[in-house]
Ligand binder design. Structure first.
Ligand code: SF4
Length: 184
């Protein structure tokens, strides 16, 4: 099935924003970055059985300067937080962050002084993925949902404003450790 068969009279109208979103979502390169057990599932996702190559994402970049997706796979210790932020700062714009697993998303069962209670206290998160550990299928589902988000993302100054708002919201948010849940 060729694209030309789907287009009436061979004409396609779209916006620059949509075209940029389409190109970006289909050319994501993740940074090689794993923190704990979740990273094993992330590696499995890139291997042959689950085949992240279907989405052109099998190349995990060794340098953050060549990556635009940070998959935070595992718990983030207080000691690791500045390193994580430095890697994020070295990634070129546009960039996205996926918090993989309950530890990266909220600290999970590690409700203690050594673990950051959610990586959104350190970097702005675009997609949260629950589970301990999330299966490779779940990671792929989160990536596809992130693709949808990227497709509809704003460009330029509007995106910059969106990131600032995300960071501000994270800074004033109630720390996860102070939230009352079933286990606390
Ligand atoms: S969510 Fe589970 S598998 Fe992932 S880092 Fe935490 S303890 Fe490990």
């Amino acid at each position: 099935m060729g694209l030309e068969e789907k287009l009436p009279s061979g004409i396609l109208l779209t916006s620059v924003e949509k075209l940029a979103g389409y190109a970006r979502k289909n050319s994501l390169w993740p940074a090689t970055f794993g923190l704990a057990c979740c990273a094993i599932e992330m590696m499995a996702t890139g291997a042959g059985r689950y085949d992240l190559a279907r989405f052109g994402m099998e190349v995990f970049r060794a340098s953050p300067r060549q990556a635009d997706l940070m998959i935070v796979a595992g718990r983030v210790s207080q000691k690791m937080a500045p390193v994580l932020r430095q890697i994020y700062d070295q990634m070129p714009e546009p960039r996205w962050v996926l918090a993989m697993g309950v530890c990266a998303s909220s600290g999970g069962m590690f409700n203690n002084y050594a673990i950051v209670q959610g990586v959104d206290h350190v970097v702005p998160v675009d997609m949260y993925l629950p589970g301990c550990p999330p299966r490779p299928e779940m990671l792929m589902d989160a990536i596809l949902k992130l693709h949808d988000k990227i497709q509809d993302q704003k460009l330029g100054s509007q995106r910059a404003r969106e990131i600032v708002e995300l960071e501000q919201a994270a800074l004033v948010a109630t720390p996860t450790a102070e939230m009352k849940g079933l286990l606390r």
